[in-house]
Design a protein. Structure first.
Length: 202
């Protein structure tokens, strides 16, 4: 579970929990403030409205998820190793942050996202900027299939997202870890050049 520290983050922590329990539409500001042991004035000072709170919560969770993936390309270099670790990290992040992952993958309401649309764009631009040097290096080395970065990312993470989303909505379905090695091998074969070698995962 992600750790929250500041007084503002306290609203995020309890908000994630309550949205998981009762859903965004059923969550009221008074319920949130009571659970956070905070005043309505404090809530409106920080966020101004429920949609803005939910939008900022989405940004908070998205940044946490993206930071975990960016860390992979900072610590690992080879194409196959990064692809393997990115998929493993995605699955591990979902498993370790179930409430946050459910919130992120289900997407909050349109009115909430509208309040932070510029910030989401900035965050995604920064994410691409952080991933791009590694990606460009691999393209230059001809170790990966040359694709637009967005397409490469969706091809890489998309199947794991589908499996994780299915597991989150139906816990009786196959655990994502069971599929992890297959997802990695398929991604390596699809996205790297001249690779037919099976890669084992931890």
């Amino acid at each position: 579970m992600r750790k929250y520290g500041s007084s503002k983050d306290a609203f995020f922590a309890i908000g994630i929990q309550l949205i998981s329990e009762c859903g965004y539409q059923n969550l009221s500001v008074s319920q949130l403030c009571k659970a956070a042991n905070a005043s309505n004035g404090s809530f409106f000072h920080h966020f101004g409205s429920k949609p803005r709170f939910t939008g900022e919560l989405y940004l908070n969770v998205l940044e946490s998820y993206q930071d975990a993936l960016v860390q992979v390309v900072k610590e690992t270099s080879s194409a196959k190793a990064v692809i393997s670790e990115l998929i493993s990290t995605h699955i591990s992040w979902v498993i370790e942050n179930i409430d946050e992952a459910s919130f992120l993958l289900s997407h909050p309401s349109t009115d909430a996202l509208e309040t932070v649309k510029d910030e989401i764009k900035q965050l995604n631009t920064q994410f691409q900027s952080n991933m791009s040097p590694w990606y460009q290096e691999q393209c230059d080395k001809q170790t990966i299939t040359p694709l637009p970065l967005e397409v490469f990312y969706f091809q890489l993470i998309g199947p794991a997202q589908i499996i994780c989303r299915n597991w989150l909505s139906n816990p009786d379905s196959t655990h994502p870890k069971i599929h992890q090695e297959h997802l990695i091998n398929c991604a390596i074969k699809a996205l790297t050049t001249g690779c037919n070698v099976k890669v084992a995962t931890p």
